[in-house]
Design a protein around this ligand. Sequence first.
Ligand code: GDD
Ligand code: MN
Length: 393
Amino acid sequence: MNITSSEFTQAADAGERYVKPLELAVVLPTYNERKNVATMIARLEKALAGIAWEVIFVDDNSPDGTSDEARRLSLINPRVRCIQRIGRRGLASAAIEGMCSTSAPIVAVMDADHQHDPELLPGMLRAVASGEFDIAYASRFAEGASTEAWGRPDRVKASGLANRIANKVTGVELTDPMSGFFMLRTQTLRADAHRLSGVGFKILLDILATVDTPLRVKEFPLNFAARAEGESKLDQTVVFEFLVGLYDKWLGRIIPTRFALFGTVGALGVLVQLGALWIMLHLVFAERFVYGNWSESTTFNIANTLAAVVAMSFNFVLNNELTYSDKRLRGFGPVMRGWAQFAVTCSLGLLTNIGAAAVLKTIGVHDVLAVITGIVLGSVWNFALSSKFVWGK
Ligand code: GDD
Ligand code: MN
């Protein structure tokens, strides 16, 4: 927690905030951005000279100690605040919590990795503070913008596709609705914050699609820079996260998103089991009369047991990658342990499934209804148990 003397000099004029009411808060969601913290603060100091501002790091307990670094610097700079969230992950929810935590009348959200240029902030602030616009945002695809330094043509393409889907689904027409760099009146956000989904990465789009009155939007062309330190946390799952976000917005309140994902994976598992069974019966055990003297039904039972294990493993992997991507188990040991725990939970789910159907049938419920109720109860039980025991902690 040591402060160097040059850092102390840099912070010397930070008291300004107390002679002028706070005008702007800059929310920086962070995950493993320790090396970018000090340099971001320095760039904000430069870009926002003359403005009363604060910066709020919303850090999801990064293992690299981003929170420690932000707190260390806040000791000498009252403009710096830090929210350290424990056991949570997610850019959108971090941005929402940061925005709701400030007293400033206007709030901006930016990436902390220097891909967004803080020099745009004063212009954005003028647009919003004047009352002419409700929201200002920086677009990577507006005229005069550039994404060359991104060096990720795949991401540029995925962004283009996501934009088109977004325009269709929400009716919001922006050149870059997925932008993570925007500014609005805190009041606008607060009024609707309870209706935002907080899932995935499309927070700006979420705000625009959620508020009832259409917002007047001012676009600023952004030169999307290369990341300064560390690496992107948006991997191959950007498009997936985006689709999940759309679902969450649409039906998430009726059937919770995680349960819907779990159920979808389960349904795919049924197909996998059927496919695996077919392969075993037709290819693997086709020569059963050569290798052994199993009866037709023994062969079927053995093949089906193996197929069920394949399907269960498939479900485990998919749930680990997608349904619980924020709590993903990594490394050989944790994955094997998780797989074994998942096998136990699935067996309990199956008992519930079959048991419930049997009970319903004895009291005279129709077969199909009994089976479906069994499946639903088994799935809920399965979901509850694995949420707690496999991906719990
Ligand atoms: N608190 C928190 N929790 N912060 C996170 C998390 C998280 O789970 N994941 C990422 N962040 C932070 C990063 O530390 C960084 O400051 C910022 O959010 C953006 O994350 P990157 O990992 O750098 O994203 P990117 O550069 O690949 O993605 C860019 O494009 C997206 C749309 O295509 C960003 O501009 C995103 O904001 C944008 O939505
Ligand atoms: Mn980035």
